[in-house]
Design a protein around this ligand. Structure first.
Ligand code: ZN
Length: 49
């Protein structure tokens, strides 16, 4: 079975730069600061479904 994945999208330009394994234990949207190659800097990335 394929593991369910969610994307992390840059909150500035909206590009989906990362995919992570979906965790059913999380109740809120994951927000992490990651490097966005489109923006050329670290930005907040939000989980998308
Ligand atoms: Zn960006």
């Amino acid at each position: 079975m394929a593991q369910k994945k969610v994307a992390l999208a840059c909150s500035v330009c909206g590009s989906r730069n990362y995919t992570i394994a979906y965790s059913p234990n999380r109740t809120h949207r994951l927000e992490v600061k990651k490097f966005c190659k489109h923006c050329g800097k670290y930005t907040m990335h939000q989980e998308t479904r």
